[in-house]
Write a new protein. Structure first.
Length: 344
């Protein structure tokens, strides 16, 4: 069964082809980072227009790379939400229109489910159940994952997500967009010189809070004006230490509380090398396993959507679930709680 995956929730247009027997055959991606950098962040209208320009050429390229044609496609999976309304509409309308023309079913995928399942695309995928850390610009959540559509929220951010805190702190330090990777690069030049708080590190739950940490950075920045390069690097180093320490200890608490020994890390911040270093060391000490998607699949991509869609369609067919969209009416869900998902 060959599934075409379409991702257009924000500022990346991703197309992929996943075969349930042969695995991932091809994926193509266009990032809008350079276009939005001029504005210091994503401009929704520009993002939507760029998705329109990219989706057809990327689909043609993916088919060519996989040596497949449109007639080989058995189903189309697309991101229905959450995300930017206009951007989601581009991918959704393209997917449903193409599916109607090909007379194949569609599978609407939750963007975060795609991230959750992305590590399963690797050669040695983790087995269910596991604890998942979803950590990106919009989300910082700990989930218990027992299977496709079987997700239980363990902890959530009470304010800023970790990736959002990275971006806002990068802006305070005068770094460009996207801020997270720029701050991580600057932190490599820094050393232990300042001390920042670790919000909710000792709370008796698995929730996160990063807005206070960002405010503490602002205080440091204002105190050290004019700020030289060494000071900027030291602040970046300490900020990254604080965030990765919080995320690591909360993950280990989640493993302990659930009694599980497998951790999955997904989302853009999951590519941060310091976070991976800390999680690798912590899980090794506790004789646990940690799994990540490859770096190119930490950020938004079509491969994770194609895979999630394929797993859902396969499970629905095996379970005799006939609630598959073949009428090709559609809507988008810019706000969509992952807890609302059900098993196929």
């Amino acid at each position: 069964m060959l599934i075409l995956g379409v991702e257009s929730s924000c500022d990346e247009t991703g197309i992929a082809l996943y075969d349930t027997e042969r695995g991932l055959l091809a994926h193509t991606l266009h990032s809008q980072v350079e276009m939005h950098a001029e504005y210091g962040g994503v401009v929704p209208e520009l993002a939507s227009r760029d998705h329109i320009r990219r989706v057809l050429p990327l689909t043609a390229l993916a088919l060519k790379n996989a040596n497949k044609t449109l007639q080989d496609i058995d189903g189309i999976a697309y991101t229905q939400g959450p995300g930017l309304s206009g951007a989601l509409l581009v991918g959704t309308s393209f997917a449903e229109s193409l599916a109607f023309a090909l007379q194949v079913p569609t599978i609407n995928v939750h963007h975060l489910e795609g991230h959750l399942l992305a590590p399963l695309l690797e050669d040695n995928p983790p087995a269910f159940p596991f604890v998942a850390l979803l950590v990106s610009g919009g989300h910082s959540q700990l989930m218990r994952v027992d299977g496709i559509g079987k997700y239980a929220l363990l902890g959530d951010t009470l304010d800023d997500a970790a990736g959002e805190a990275f971006d806002k702190t990068a802006k305070l330090l005068g770094l460009g967009y996207p801020g997270g990777p720029a701050l991580a690069r600057l932190a490599e030049q820094g050393k232990a010189h300042f001390t920042l708080p670790r919000p909710m590190l000792n709370s008796k739950d698995l929730n996160f809070s990063f807005s206070g940490l960002k405010t503490a950075v602002l205080t440091l920045v204002n105190k050290h004006q004019p700020m030289d390069e060494a000071t900027r690097a030291d602040i970046a180093w300490e900020f990254q230490e604080a965030v990765t320490e919080i995320l690591t200890l909360k993950c280990m608490s989640a493993l302990r509380e659930t009694g599980l020994d497998s951790l999955v890390v997904s989302g853009g911040v999951g590519a941060n090398s310091k976070l991976r270093e800390k999680l690798n060391a912590a899980t090794k000490r506790k004789l646990c396993k940690v799994s990540y998607p490859r770096l190119e699949f930490c950020t938004d991509n079509g491969a994770m959507i194609a895979f999630a869609g394929a797993m859902r369609l396969k499970a629905m067919q095996e379970n005799g679930n006939t609630n598959i969209n073949t009428k090709h009416s559609f809507s988008v869900r810019p706000r969509w709680d992952l807890a609302e998902l059900q098993a196929p």
